[in-house]
Write a protein that binds this ligand. Structure first.
Ligand code: ATP
Ligand code: MG
Length: 332
């Protein structure tokens, strides 16, 4: 059966990029043709330093973000990664399949490490191999992600293909990245060449899912743009990354295509469009953030939901790791 797996790191507060590029689409896939598995990938978060107390809080907050947006723990499996040891085990096995040269080509490591590659954790470097384990422990066939994760899902296919080839098997499926929609790469509000990230330096560069109406209005108002009004055709947005980003965000939030947004708002100045965008964002995010706050009042309930999800996850992943070990010649 087609099966979806995807994850979000508890490395900070959830952003509008995480919502449009990931969570909103997860909710749309739930209850359809796919079996859906969603994870709070805490083992990925610790590839860079996390304060332990803050990590616990952020783990529950990401779970709350999933739940408040409409992930139903009856319809989907929802859990945190470290509770299911199959991820770390299969991650090690895949470290022995993946090649150094493949890791060296990962652009995200280069971006995150900057000039300081030598000072990064070994985990940050090997992270795509653990991500392949996250996906393949469930034999997931489809992985909805934002554009920034495309390269890692392709690496997952390479690992599956090399494993299958080296051991003369067809055990692992070749997973398809699902990257569809107008806002698959939401950009930083202060710099249209960088993506919006939870772990970015300044709070002004991102919309957090928990931002209130005032913060959202202020951040869009201060968002960098060129001075020209919105064009009358989509083509004219090509060399205007900041303007394109705000149109894409509007499209993602409203469910319209970028073409439709331009048809409706072409010719508008920023003094008109930015407040309309802020109102739309508040309309969509306010109910979610108030539900997140309600859920965060009862962390024990969130933990129970994740523990139950982990049990169901283990039932799928443990036999996959056992079989992988057997194929590789490990005696268990
Ligand atoms: P970090 O800065 O810690 O890497 P992040 O904001 O990039 O955090 P991740 O946990 O790495 O978030 O990614 C979770 C999901 O959100 C992935 O599917 C990723 O592709 C998606 N995503 C992250 N940022 C964006 C963005 N700016 N636009 C669209 N999707 C995004
Ligand atoms: Mg990221």
């Amino acid at each position: 059966a087609p099966r979806v797996f995807s994850g979000i790191k508890p490395s900070g507060g959830l952003t509008l990029g995480n919502y449009l590029g990931a969570i909103k689409r997860f909710v749309e896939m739930q209850g359809g043709d796919f079996e859906t598995i969603f994870c709070v990938v805490d083992l990925h978060a610790i590839t860079v330093w996390q304060d332990p107390e803050e990590l616990r809080r952020a783990t529950r907050e990401v779970a709350a973000g999933y739940l408040a947006s409409g992930i139903d723990p009856e319809k989907s499996i929802l859990f945190n990664q470290s509770r299911v040891s199959a991820h770390a085990e299969l991650g090690w096995l895949f470290n022995c399949v993946a090649r150094m040269g493949w890791m060296n080509r990962m652009t995200q490591f280069k971006e995150k490490a900057g000039k300081n590659a030598e000072k990064q954790s070994l985990g940050l470097y090997a992270y795509p191999s653990l991500m392949a384990a996250d996906i393949l422990a469930y034999h997931a066939t489809h992985v909805p992600v934002g554009e920034d994760q495309k390269q890692h899902v392709e690496l997952t296919r390479d690992i599956a293909a090399k494993f299958n080839h080296d051991y003369g098997t067809e055990f692992f499926p070749l997973t398809t990245p699902v990257i569809e929609g107008p806002a698959m790469r939401v950009m930083n509000l202060r710099d249209g060449t960088k993506k919006m990230s939870k772990s970015g330096e300044s709070d002004m560069e991102r919309i957090n899912m928990t931002d209130d109406a005032d913060a959202i209005a202020k951040k869009f108002k201060k968002a960098r743009t060129d001075p020209a009004p919105l064009p009358e055709s989509l083509d004219e947005l090509k060399d205007r990354p900041e303007a394109k980003n705000l149109v894409d965000i509007y499209a993602g939030l409203s469910g319209m295509s970028a073409e439709q947004v331009i048809a409706e708002h072409g010719g508008a100045g920023w003094g008109q469009f930015k407040p309309a965008l802020a109102d739309l964002a508040v309309e969509k995010l306010a109910p979610i953030s108030s539900e997140m706050a309600r859920l965060m009042d009862d962390p024990a309930e969130i933990d129970r939901i994740m523990a139950r999800g982990a049990e169901r996850a283990r039932a799928i992943a443990d036999p996959v790791v056992a079989k992988t070990s057997e194929i590789m010649g490990l005696i268990r």
